[in-house]
Every structure is written in C-alpha cells, then in structure tokens.
Ligand binder design. Structure first.
Ligand code: SF4
Ligand code: SF4
Ligand code: SF4
Length: 303
C-alpha cells in the first residue's frame, strides 16, 4: 500500500523542493509507492487541507524552511501532530538556515533595515497591513518540535533526499555519515600554515592542492560529507552549507578552533580578512550556535 507523504514549506527559498524535483525520472522509482497528501509547492493545497487531516495520518512528513513567522510555527506544529515520522529536510529545517544570520539583530532592527534604510529603498515605510507576526528570532525546527530524521543540506542533493525516502519506504535506518567533506575531496591536503587568506577571485588556484592550504577559506574539514565534495571538486571552497558532522553542536566554534591550529595570524588580521565573520563561519547554522542564543536572549531582554 502506498505511504501517505506530505512536503511542507516554512520560511525558505524552496530550493529543497527544487532539488527533489531535480531527480527527474529518478522520481519514478518512488512515486508509485507514495500517496502525496500535501505538497503546496506543486499542487494548490491550502493550510486547511493539512489541518483537516486526521492526527498521525501522514506517514512521512517532510519540513523545509525555518520559523520566521508565527504562521510558520503553527504550520510546523500542525505537521508534527499529523505526522508519524517527521523529517527535518534541508539546513534551514535542521539548523535555522541562512535566515538565521538575522539573529545578529533584533526584529525591529531587521524591519528598519529592510523597509527603510536599505540602499535600494526610497521613501521607505514599515508596512502595517497584512503583515505576518514575526518570531523574535530564528531557531532550528528541531528545537521547537521533536523530529525522527534529519537530512541536512542547502539544499540536500536529489540523491540525499531519495536515499532518505527509500530508507523510510524500506523501513531501514537512515544514518548521517560521521565523516567530513575533506574525506571525499580528491585534493592533496598538507596542513600548511596559513599566513594570508584570499578571496576566490584572487590569485590562481592550483587544482590539485587543498584550497585551504592555498589560503582559501574552505570549510570542508568541519562539514558533514553528504554532497560528494561537489564545491572543492570544481575549485570552489566549501562554505559549510550541510552543517557539522554528527556530535558537533556548534559548527562555527568548531571551525574557529580547528583553524586556530593552522592559521598564523592575529585576531585583527583575521577580522580584516573576514569582515562578515559570522556569515563566513556559520553560513546556514548560526541560529543553532551558542552565540546566536546569547544574542537573541539579549535582544529580547532589551526589547
Ligand atoms: S535549506 Fe537551503 S535550499 Fe533548502 S530551503 Fe533552506 S535555503 Fe533553500
Ligand atoms: S580543499 Fe577543502 S575539502 Fe578539499 S581537502 Fe582542502 S579543506 Fe578539505
Ligand atoms: S562542498 Fe560544502 S558548500 Fe559545497 S555543497 Fe558541499 S557542504 Fe555545501
């Protein structure tokens, strides 16, 4: 009998959905085994269609995106109630995602910036009609409701999602690998001391040597390996979008501590190289970091 499946989107770019659709004909391997009961990205389902389903009637519920609005939080809780197995799908869902970088500021500061002071805005005003209620800060969905499974990635590759879905259909365990992008990267790493960092457009990359050894900030050494090292393989440094390997709670802290052993630069020099320090070290998982939690608490106390 086909399994009842739902795919839902909270605040997100819908890239995880796009990645699933990118399976193209590969979808035919699993589609006959699925009864899709909610998937607003491709069919015009409304929230009430989900709310009207019986509790626990969805066998596999995939959640993309994180909670930036109160509506997102409501949708997430409804998905939890209706699903037997809930899957945090993509780095937004697992860690808060790129939008978690907004936790560096209060919601008032974010609104001011977006609607009034951004360079592209003229005669700005903060809209008041039809505005969703915003959450104070972004959190990983896994901090709001319990999940049975996590498939990180920004987005997860089509194969990652297919693998997770196939394991679920076959009743097998889906386990995240305990290895890093470096383990799958074909480049030779010599663990050289770094005295200077370059932007990717600066200098000439030697395609056979480790990008980090050459002074390009490649975060493959602290990032879970699920993507087949697709960025370093084409000479683009890993930005860490799949998050940390299992067991690492704070990805950026791990990166900074590991870099400490190979970088010979003082803090001021490092700051000059990385003016967006948090964006550089916590691309998709700042919301899950200790620093974000401290800042969010402070912003809340001051508001
Ligand atoms: S995880 Fe990445 S690709 Fe998926 S919705 Fe979030 S931002 Fe988009
Ligand atoms: S290029 Fe990046 S992923 Fe490859 S070995 Fe070096 S640090 Fe690791
Ligand atoms: S190499 Fe790094 S940045 Fe590129 S897809 Fe993999 S985890 Fe993401």
């Amino acid at each position: 009998m086909a399994k009842r499946v739902a795919f839902t989107q909270l605040s997100s770019c819908w890239g995880c959905d796009q990645s699933l659709v990118d399976l193209h004909l590969g979808l035919l391997d699993v589609i006959p085994e699925l009864e899709i009961v909610y998937w607003p990205a491709v069919v015009d389902y409304k929230l009430k269609d989900l709310e009207n389903l019986s509790d626990q009637s969805i066998e596999f519920g995939f959640v993309e995106g994180s909670c930036r609005t109160k509506e997102d939080e409501h949708l997430l809780k409804v998905m939890r109630k209706k699903s037997q197995t809930l899957i945090a799908w993509g780095s937004c869902s697992c860690y808060g995602g790129v939008q978690g970088l907004g936790n560096q500021w209060s919601i008032d500061e974010l609104m001011e910036r977006k609607f009034k002071t951004a360079d592209t805005v003229t005669n700005g005003r903060i809209p008041e009609e039809n505005m969703p209620g915003f959450t104070d800060h972004v959190k990983a969905n896994t901090e709001i409701v319990p999940f049975e499974l996590r498939i990180p990635g920004c987005p997860p590759t089509p194969e990652n999602t297919l693998e997770g879905l196939t394991a679920l259909l076959q009743g097998k365990e889906y386990k995240l690998p305990n290895k890093t992008v470096c383990d799958e990267c074909p480049k030779e790493r010599e663990h050289k001391t770094i005295t200077e960092f370059h932007r990717t457009h600066e200098g000439k990359i030697d395609p056979d040597r480790c990008l980090l050894d050459q002074g390009y900030l490649c975060l493959g050494f602290a990032t879970i390996s699920l993507c087949g090292a697709q960025c370093p393989k084409v000479n683009t440094p890993c930005k860490g979008c799949f998050g940390p390997p299992p067991g690492v709670i704070d990805h950026g802290a791990k990166i900074i501590s590991a870099l400490g052993s190979v970088v010979d630069m003082d803090a001021e020099e490092l700051r000059e190289h990385f003016p967006d320090t948090i964006g550089s070290f916590y691309f998709t998982d700042y919301a899950s970091s200790y620093l974000s939690k401290i800042t969010s608490r402070k912003n809340k106390e001051e508001s």
